[in-house]
Design a protein around this ligand. Structure first.
Ligand code: COA
Length: 374
């Protein structure tokens, strides 16, 4: 049996930023337009007036201050309120592949490796921009990797589930190295006109290179163990799919074809699920709270992460023990914990242990226990 290890990670961050102030100004302008256009119906009580969003609420409820996006022009136009993404021809690289390739190149560069060291590409993300051919195979071709590739979707837990699949294959020897790539274009499945969630998401791509520990040419993180769990819930749901494309006559919008959540319920139900999951994973791995130098958690909500950190460590974690990136990136679905890991892991010392954990729709939760070798 081989010992699997994370030998490199990479992040691709889009160049456009939307601050909370810009977001709220655009949303409130949309509210004014909507309420003016529907003034008669609102007066007659057949349509509900829309309410303003607030920067204060967004920061207090989530900890988010800004988000990166592929296109801010459409999102901030009160008459559009979604990203304007050019339809690419079949001969051009798809957008997810383009972002994924950039993140993968950064991961390979960090590990000092090239395409020949990789036998498998998993594109693991919350949404795929087409049904087939797999985006992963397109990325494989663009990077010049031989072997095989496939897409997988476990919503916000896609990265950790992908890491478990890759680590198991490396451990068994069926592959030598794998790239798990998470291009998340969350701006395209967010309903920017919904005050309850319009602030939640951002865009990014991350990549994780998993090889045998012996193949590492620099510092690496041994994957001690992984654990995945799922429990069905409708509280985070998106009905977009190949059977749902047709719209009844006269219906221009289907709210259920975008991200929907019952945020309060998610909060209440996912917190104990994640805390229990991590506790059981640590117990089985013989790991005590005092053994953990760092937690790299899913990045959806600061209060949620503070709660989980406290439950896992048995005390309030120092900010350096549980780094958050959601203030800058917002929720980037499966990529969030990998951004945190990529940005805040290089300083760990030989023998230091940490835990990556993601959670979200499904419900799903995935955790990866790692140990630094420097
Ligand atoms: N601006 C101002 N007020 C707003 C608002 C906005 N943008 N959005 C909602 N509000 C109001 C609501 O109308 C509500 O008012 P009321 O108390 O008068 O009814 C109040 O603020 C509280 O709203 P609520 O939705 O209950 O807020 P919350 O504290 O639960 O925070 C989330 C909302 C989404 C940030 C939070 O529930 C969350 O993060 N949940 C988990 C999300 C998660 O992990 N999802 C996984 C996604 S992959």
């Amino acid at each position: 049996m081989n010992t699997p290890a994370i030998t490199g990670t990479g992040v691709f961050t889009p160049s456009e930023v939307i601050t909370n102030a810009e977001l709220v100004a655009a949303f409130n302008a949309y509210v004014d337009l909507f309420n003016a256009e529907n003034a008669d119906e609102i007066a007659a009580g057949t349509v509900a007036a829309k309410e303003y969003s607030s920067e204060d609420f967004i920061f207090k409820a989530s900890g988010i201050q800004q988000r990166y996006v592929i296109d801010k022009t459409g999102v901030l136009d009160p008459k559009v309120m979604h990203p304007l993404l050019r339809q690419r021809s079949d001969d051009e690289p798809s957008l997810m592949a383009e972002m994924g390739v950039k993140a993968a190149q950064n991961a390979l560069a960090q590990a000092g490796k090239s395409a020949k060291d990789v036998d498998l590409v998993i594109c693991a993300a919350s949404n795929m921009e087409r049904a087939y051919p797999a985006v992963a195979i397109e990325i494989q071709q663009q990077l010049g990797i031989s072997g095989f590739a496939f897409d997988m979707n476990v919503a916000c837990s896609s990265a950790t589930f992908g890491i478990q699949a890759a680590a198991d294959m490396v451990r068994s020897g069926s592959i030598g190295g794998a790239l798990v790539i998470n291009p998340e274009i969350c701006s395209a499945h967010l309903e920017w006109r919904d005050r309850d969630c319009h602030f939640i998401f951002g865009d990014v791509a991350t990549a994780t290179l998993i090889e045998t520990a012996q193949a590492a040419t620099g510092p690496y993180f041994e994957i001690k163990s992984t654990r995945c769990a799922t429990e069905f819930s409708n509280n985070i749901r998106n009905n977009n799919g190949y059977l749902r494309r047709s719209r009844p006559a006269g219906m221009v919008d289907r709210r259920d074809m975008q991200f929907m959540q019952n945020g309060r319920k998610v909060f209440k139900e996912v917190l104990p699920m994640v805390s229990d999951h991590i506790a059981a994973h640590m117990a089985d791995g013989g790991v005590q709270a005092a053994d953990l130098k760092r937690l790299w958690l899913h990045q959806a909500n600061k209060t949620m992460n503070d709660f989980i950190g406290k439950k896992v460590l048995g005390r309030t974690p120092e900010p350096s023990e549980q780094p958050n990136i959601l203030q800058d990136y917002a929720n980037t679905s499966s990529a969030g914990s990998i951004i945190a890991f990529s940005k805040y892991s290089g300083d760990l010392e030989d023998g230091d242990r940490g835990l990556i954990c993601s959670f979200g729709a499904g419900y799903s939760v995935g955790s990866v226990l790692v140990e630094r070798h420097a």
